[in-house]
Structure formats: C-alpha cells, structure tokens
Design a binder for this molecule. Structure first.
Ligand code: G4F
Length: 345
C-alpha cells in the first residue's frame, strides 16, 4: 500500500518541491490549501494544474477542527508542516497573525494528530528555520550554527518559529511522537516568491535585460545568507522522517554570501559587470560599461532589526542522513536568472 503524506503549505515554494518528490517516491500526496476556496478559485486551479496528483484538502493552520477532520479522514503516515507566514519583513507589520499561524499553527497540527489518536503512528516534520538563531549570539563564527547553537530570534517571525520548534520537541518528549525539526537555512530557486530578495533580484535582472524594467530597489546589501537550492532541501526533510528515531537537523551549505554578491553574479549572467559607488542609503550599482544606474537603495526595505549573518553547519545531516546538496551558489543564481529570462520573455 502506498504511504500517505499530508503537506501543509502546498502552494508555497517547498510544498511544490516536496509534493513532486513524494509523488515520484510513490506516495499518495495530500495538500492543505487555505479554507473557503471554490474549486474554480485561481489559487486552487493553479495548484491543481501544476500538481494534478495532489489531493487538495481545505483547512487553515488556525483552525484546529478543520485540521483534525483532515487528519482523521486521511490518516497520514507522514505530516510535513511547511505552512507559515514566512516573510520576515512582513512579520514586523503583522506580528499577531504571524504568532497565530507560524507559532500556534504548529500546535494545532500536532494536536490534530494527537486528538486523532495517531501520535504513535504518524510521523511529523516541522519546518524550523535559521531565523531562530538571529545572530547576536554568534557563538560558532568559524563553522556556522549547528543544532546546539544558541537561539536569539530577531523578528516576530523568528520568535513564532522558535515556539513551533520547541512545541514540536515537547510533543516528541511528552507523547513519544516521531516529530523532527529541520532547521533550514535560506533555500531558494525558481519557485521562490518575488517578495524574497533572491527572486526579486533574478526577476528584475531578467526584466532589465528584456527592457521591461530600469533598475532594482533594494534594502540592506551587506547582510549575509547561507543560500542553497530548495529542491535539494526537501530531500533532507523526507530523510529525517525515514530515520528510526526523530531528531533535529540543520540543512545548510556551509557558505555565506552578501546580497551584493548575489546581485553581481546575477548581472554577470546577462553580461553586465556591476560597479558600486557611494555609501549607505546613497549607494548605487552601475553598469560599468554604460554608467547606467541599475541598483538603488530604498530604506523602505530596511528592517527594524536585521540578522546580519547566517552560516550553517550541516555536518550532522550529511553524516546521519547522508544528505548532500547538488546545486552550489553560482549554480543557484544562474538557474534562477535563466528561469526568469524565459518566464519574463
Ligand atoms: O530574502 P529575504 O527576505 O530572506 P530572510 O529574511 O533571510 O528569510 C528567509 O530565510 C529564512 C531562513 O533563514 C526563512 F526562515 C524565511 O522564511 C525566509 O525564507 O531577505 C534576505 C536578506 C535580509 O537581510 C534582507 O534585509 O536580504 C535583505 N534585503 C535587502 N533588500 C532584502 C531586500 N530582502 C527583501 N525581502 N527585499 C529586499 O528588497
């Protein structure tokens, strides 16, 4: 009999990658899509068209009864909780909704499993995040954050995710659940939303090349991120749930790069060398050959508190899960720009 997997956040970047992976592995895949959508609603239609093999279930992370109904009907072997309000900047504007969905929503999914009497049989994956580390307690500067590093979240999103992380560990310890947390560093790709900086850059670079846009407005160019390819990371999620024992694992590349470097490599893909001039909010990025301004700073994109550097140490996942990433940093930028050149044409 095929195993059944239930994915919350099916319409998001990771939901799409994971659904494809599990489908290829022979799973019966169910995806939670937010309630009250008619089968003719554009979001519902888009997911159905892209992933016809996914059985869509209407529910909301804030609605325990709908989640419990879904779990009772499907009786999934594995639940992947990927749904969240996941934009860090947005979480400063709507911290309460972020706490309800990204934090308490995790508890609702765990409770749905427990109230259905499936806590001993259904395996659970929680999408924890490197945003929980934050950066102020940067206690492993050489090797990066591992599973034992200190947490110090710097956004309402990071704080909400930390609740989700600890309540998952608590259900593991209290009820013997096979509940694991993947502490994933930034993972990007062609399915990333344009509100995140990598996709904003790759999409804008493609549009500039095609003459559809003049320049990109960005916030902090100097923060550093450990960026990998989302397609590689969903394999790690699945591997966590195949282990005999549950646990917590960092998935990361072990490299960190600035937003500035991402811009430079992305523009190089379309044959433009960027030259930086000025400082602070007045800094600009010019096309070295033509002198045209292609990058400007817009302080609206600065955050009330910033995570300056994220660097992860994936040793445990590599050793215990046999997880490895296939796409490197230049390969990731190239893949995204090439995709957007085709998509925008
Ligand atoms: O792409 P970002 O919005 O991602 P961020 O904040 O690192 O969060 C992502 O990764 C986390 C894992 O650590 C996830 F948990 C989270 O859900 C999300 O997937 O911003 C990256 C950096 C930040 O330092 C930001 O200040 O880019 C900087 N940035 C500069 N200009 C910008 C912009 N970010 C955005 N979104 N838009 C800009 O114009």
């Amino acid at each position: 009999m095929a195993k059944k997997a239930l994915i919350t956040g099916i319409a998001g970047q990771d939901g799409g990658h994971l659904a494809k992976l599990l489908h290829e592995k022979g799973y019966e895949v169910y995806g939670v899509i937010r309630g009250q959508l008619e089968a003719s609603h554009p979001r519902y239609v888009a997911v159905k068209e892209e992933m016809p093999y996914v059985n869509l279930v209407m529910a909301d992370l804030t609605d325990l009864s709908a989640l419990t109904r879904a779990v009772q009907e499907i009786k999934p072997d594995e639940v992947y909780n990927l749904a969240a309000i996941s934009h860090v900047g947005y979480s400063f504007r709507d911290p309460i909704l972020t706490a309800d969905v990204t934090g308490k929503g995790v508890l609702n999914v765990l409770e749905a499993i427990r109230l259905s009497g499936l806590e001993k049989t259904t395996r659970f994956y929680q999408a924890s995040t490197s945003e929980m580390f934050g950066g102020l307690d940067y206690n492993r500067p050489d090797k990066g954050y591992d599973e034992d590093a200190l947490f110090h979240p710097r956004s309402p999103y990071g704080v909400a995710k930390l609740y989700g992380h600890w309540i998952t560990k608590n259900y593991r310890e209290s009820y013997g659940m096979h509940a694991s947390c993947g502490i994933l560093f930034n993972h990007e790709g062609e399915r990333r939303g344009p509100e995140f900086v990598t996709r904003k850059i790759s999409k804008s670079v493609a549009r500039i090349k095609l003459g559809l846009q003049e320049c990109i407005e960005l916030g902090n160019l100097d923060s550093k991120r450990d960026w990998g390819y989302a397609g590689d990371y969903v394999e790690g999620m699945w591997r966590m749930l195949q282990q005999d024992e549950p646990g917590d694992y960092v998935l990361a590349t072990g490299e960190t790069h600035t937003i500035r470097e991402f811009c430079e490599i992305a523009f190089r893909e379309i044959g433009i060398e960027i030259e930086w001039q000025g400082e602070g909010p007045g800094e600009i990025g010019l096309d070295k050959a033509s002198g045209k301004t292609l990058i400007k700073i817009n302080p609206d994109f600065f955050r009330p508190a910033e995570v300056d550097i994220l660097l992860g140490d994936p040793t445990k996942a590599e050793t215990a899960l046999g997880w490895e990433r296939k796409v490197d940093f230049p390969g990731l930028v190239k893949l995204m720009v090439e995709h957007d050149l085709k998509a925008e044409a």
